[in-house]
Design a protein around this ligand. Sequence first.
Ligand SMILES: Cc1ncc(C[n+]2csc(CCOP(=O)(O)OP(=O)(O)O)c2C)c(N)n1
Ligand SMILES: [Mg+2]
Length: 815
Amino acid sequence: MASTSITERPAEALSRSDLEVLSALEKKVLWLATWTIHHANHIRENSEGLKVGGHQASSASLATVMTALFLKALRPQDRVAVKPHASPIFHAIQYLLGRQTREKLELFRGYKGAQSYPSRTKDTDDVDFSTGSVGLGVAQTLFSSLVQDYVRAHGWATDMPEGRMIALVGDAELDEGNIFEAMLEGWKQGLRNCWWIIDYNRQSLDAVIREGLWARYEALFRAFGWDVVILKYGVLLEAAFAEPGGEALRAWIDQCPNQLYSALVFQGGAAWRKRLLDNFGGDDFEDRGAVIQLIERRNDDELARLMTNLGGHDLAALCESFSAVDHDRPTCFICYTIKGFGLPLAGHKDNHAGLMTPPQVESLRASMNVRPGYEWDRFEGLAIAPQTLQTFLDSVPFAQRKSGRKALTVAVPDHLQISIQPTMSTQAGFGALLNEIARDKADYVARIVTTSPDVTVSTNLGAWVNRRGLFAQQALADTFKSERIPSTFNWEFSPRGQHIELGITEMNLFILLSALGLSYAIHGQRLLPIGTLYDPFICRGLDALNYACYQNARFILVATPSGITLAPEGGAHQSISTPLIGMAQDGIAAFEPAFVDELAAIMSFALSYIQKDGDGEPSERNWLRDETGGSIYLRLSTRSIEQPQRQMTLDLRQAIIDGAYWMRRPGPNAQVVVAYTGAVAPEAIQAVGLMAEDRRDVGLLAVTSADRLNAGWTAAMRARERGLAHARSHVEQLLADVPPHCALVTVLDGHPATLGWLGAVHGHRTRALGVEHFGQTGSIADLYRHYGIDSNAIVAAAQAVAPGRPVRHLHALAP
Ligand SMILES: Cc1ncc(C[n+]2csc(CCOP(=O)(O)OP(=O)(O)O)c2C)c(N)n1
Ligand SMILES: [Mg+2]
């Protein structure tokens, strides 16, 4: 427990009647959360016998803080990320406010019930930020605050009051490195309007945490420019400290190890008395008589109440500390709490997944004056008149929040201008496209915001940044420019800039994309975010990417360079698994174009796709749910390849977006079809050319999105299983005329499983080429040869799987 108390006691006091009402509601919140979990585990039908769970102790830890926050301190414009395992408390508060239904609570953790962890998309009671994977929701509030500044600096939403972005944070949650990465970035970007409220119960999932962490936290937060408010003791303890012998008691608590404190909390009043009397009973203690009297003046219950009266369970102290903040500096509240406070689980080191037994819930019910059968009644058993409670709840500022302003969509041209060089890489094409877009005065361009974790230049965003500038609250000139030192890049910051330059951490990139991509919902303003990074480093931020998708954030991720095609860059920068990530990641549509005209078509689709929010009926054409929209992942390359000279017809454009088109349609006698994705296009084309010398009708399928092809195929099969016999996906239509005896050779610079499934569409034998190992440096030719994705490898694979060719080979197999 060691710490110095810096409890701030601001002037503005909570009125007595408000405090009484809040205390009653705090009790009710704790009861409803506890009961919700109990109901799900012990009362609701559970034929599977699986533990439902629900974190009664972690919830109880925040009951007071969340009551003070939601029912008093929050303003309608504030937004909150709730510690995941305090979800029952959140739902209970919303239920009291009439914003959550009893049915959803009864179904807590069940199908379509209130969610285990607060979910923006699945819960119906106005969750601001989803949480679940600890650490991410915390950082999300920081980046949402930066996005609020970005939006306002660009002249949008200025008629709305600035909100605070608030996270309720578990103390062990602070172990997550992404939180500190975010804090550093927040400091760089001039973070404002952000509160992190730490539930300092000194317990994690497994055990009691290290002594003195609060001091490390305090130092860290202050180092990054945050205000720190520590709420250590509640009013009862503060009053006791003022009694004779009180200072000795304070010193004892301050020195008490966390484990011992927790154990005594669990054991209760008699154990406190014994331990304190043992400690203060010795002859050597000068103030002995006074402390013993202080202890003896209280019975066991009173003593237990006193010794557990920490700042985080003191409604008045919390309300006052929150209302005392009259500035926009980022502020951290370290609230001393007890995990399981008010429940028999309190303080026990094993309480994380602990559930109260039915007799324990029974006695809690009785102590709360809740009659059997009235467990869900909102005001049951409270000593205050229902009308008074209702009047209070009706005036809670947070509950005055109107459902979010619907962000408008912005029109994006179907055709994006670009002058394509005879040979070009998709990465260079991306840079050229954005350069062209940057010159356009159209509305949608103003809504584009780019960001990159220190790879802006090396992912070809430089030209865009030169035209549109970097974003910062304070203008900052490019000194190299004013000193007339030649440089390709104009690095000028201003509040109008449209590029947010981040430090290297990919976690921050994804959480910022999540915040930018939720601006439509959180700030009511449409942004079109584009983030760039090196493809292999997607894995570095993957959980944050998943989190962004889970929250339905909308953005375009441009990952380049990729694969082994970045050849001389070497093993550590090569990516193999990312095409599979692109396919498997829910909420994101992955593309890997080979040519720049494909990229232009995909970009224009992407800019409108990320704005879509329709209902989920699949299109009859490709069986994709394009109307629901999502995010986009583009896997690009630095390899310059010869570009096709062709007209971008509507049909071609559509096929590129649906995921594939015939570069060379196979004839009726085709024995081989080569299907390729991305930078290996020249090898695939060359291999088909070689094979065409002695085979007829060889086909060449350009796959621009294995992800969308696969998703459409699965959806069409599902539709047929439901009786829609006519359902045909894009890939089924494409491969329908490929003769049954024809073999497929698939190839990409990525894991072969990405395209290996193509043979299963109509039962064609398939050999899937790709990269399974990595780590070599060399030229592209060296590496393609080494890993078996060059034209020779394609021809050899075709010879092995295509019937009748070469004859010599077949004879060799004959008995
Ligand atoms: C990224 C991640 N890792 C692990 C978990 C599992 N987990 C859930 S809560 C928790 C401990 C949380 O402790 P603390 O933040 O102190 O919260 P408390 O339970 O004390 O309220 C862990 C390890 C998780 N949810 N997310
Ligand atoms: Mg904890």
